[in-house]
Design a protein around this ligand. Sequence first.
Ligand code: GLA
Length: 733
Amino acid sequence: MEWIRYHEKEKVFELRTENSTYQMQVREYDTLVHLYYGSPVGDTLITDRIVCADRGFSGNPYEAGRDRTFSLDTLPQEYTAYGNGDYRINGLEAVQADGSDTANLKFESYEIRPGKYSLRGLPAMFGGEEEAQTLEIVLADHASGLKVHLLYGVFPKFDVITRAVRLENTGTEAVTIKKAVSMEMDFEYRELDAVHFYGRHAMEREMERNHLGHGNWSVGSIRGTSSHHHNPFVILCDRDTEETHGNCYGYALAYSGNFVFETEVDQIGQTRVMMGIHPYHFQWTLKQGDTFETPEVIMTYSEEGLGKLSRNYHDAYRQNLIRSKYVDQPRPILVNNWEATYFDFDADKLYHIAEEAKNIGLDMFVLDDGWFGKRDNDWCALGDWKVYEEKIKGGLPALAEKIHGLGLKFGLWVEPEMVSEDSDLYREHPDWAFKIPGRAANRSRYQLNLDITRKEVREHIMNQIFTVLDACKVDYVKWDMNRSVDNVFCAALPGERQGEVYHRYVLAVYEMMESLVQRYPDLLFESCSGGGGRFEAGMLYYSPQIWCSDNTDAIDRLKIQYGTSFGYPVSAMGAHVSVCPNHQSGRITPFETRGIVASSGTFGYELDLMKMSEEEKKTAREQILIYKEMEHLVQTGDYYRLENPYENQKYVLWQFVSKDKKEAVVCGVRLHSEANPRIYLCYPQGLDAEMHYEDTATGKVYTGAALMKAGLPLPLTMGDYQPVKFTFKAVEK
Ligand code: GLA
């Protein structure tokens, strides 16, 4: 199949997916302009929408001679640099050896290749020649020899186009890069909204929608991680776009460090969009022959609203980003001891919880923080990845063996990027922590960031951890990261290279994670950063699941999981049933409701099973069986957001449908009870209108059309926060 074409005569590049088209053109003076991104347009090349006009104060390239209408300041382009009369935000800032800040990017060549490009040391979607194609366009700054390779990966099936950039210095003098985004794009004259996902610790990925007015709008992170505060995922859409209709564009950066998503609406109403590494304290010097690769932006387009856009991402990530063998397999249902015991445990207490886990029907016991060094609180021991023998009498390998002996899998928590000042590691190597000479370090959760940009540091940490994982035959690892990166200074690099450290930190995290997944291909890996502080596409390349939030309150989770679902598959969201009153919110919710919310994720429990009532244990046993019946829908089905928790104060509903549309489950929560209540209807989506479906609770049979168009009444319930669930199975009639 030809998904990427170059139309020689018109000099137009055309990228096609099943439901989208992307076009660009090489114009006067070898300028690469952006023509169109959106719904398919047949064989028309969209070359006539660019209107050049003489606009005051918008300069003209020297080659344009007396033509005052050709200006980089107003042309829609693919990738722009500062210093060329384009006064909008630009994607590339390159400081030349003479100190000037400019690069004049001219089209030079292109190549179309089967399969998907990959990036060195960075997460990226993968795809063989049946699934993807690559376009590489080379732009060159002739004066310096700096080349910009624009990389495009086309995945027709998911309506996904990826973008990344490789910079190459083919000149003789060094060039210092101060900004190099991964993707830049100019939209035509059009009113757009931006949907983004902001938050804070324990309340991640809240959704907000803003209209893009004139001027600049941006979200990003300079915390060294992608952060709880702004997710590296933004949707742009038409003003009338909703869940089931309208044009929308997704931009997801597969990167776990400082990032920026920027827009500028210019003087004539065009919108420039870019995304990539945040330029704050970023500097990368390219000597002769050096190259630098940016992380990847994964874009998708939907003309059928936000629901379809999300399903594009879910499928693309599950099939061509997440590498774990667990991606489409049942995940062990776990119990994690964090909220059950915090640091207060011994070997017996843990074993009793594990025994009870077996008794209830769980598959795995996960030992969280507190098993290493002298870790009795969060003040100490990070960096000492040796078993705390006095606490775990008989040693961790013996405990792990006993837990394995119960027929359970065994999982372990680690936080490899950190060091406590009160640790043997720090006492031995105080210089291994990030610290700025002559300044006191900023602490957070009492801990410091390790300078893992240094090879000896990463190797020391990973070797300690590997020793424990081997000795305990660990089946699952939860990799945590509990502070923002600060005191950024690498003692091993000279002053002029300190601007590399933030990015080198992220590369180091990826190298360490890669060493883990390569060494243990069967390991189930869950990443975590104080809950969901690094919930992004970059992490999904290494771990098929991410702890969604430290907030386990079922009602807060409705919003957190709703927001997360826009950009990420539900099968990646760590979600656990915890105790009530909830430890984060103090709220009391029914056990069944906690189960229904947690079962729309990677299901597990995080409470002291020993303290559960017999009634709760019975409910838990049922929950586990019910979850096992629907988990294939969570893993591989299509996800629909039926009711928006920001708008509907009465109830929240969501739904899974199998790919063959023969099975569907609607889950939800009725929020506040009402006396003499109104009747509310649930309208499932995504069913086959012609098929007949049985509601397995009542045995009644409806057409898909009847369910989707006429709806079904929600059950009448008493009390706040009641669970809702419908299961539909296709039947012959
Ligand atoms: C973070 C994680 C929690 C738990 C604690 C342990 O906050 O998100 O799940 O592991 O650390 O310290």
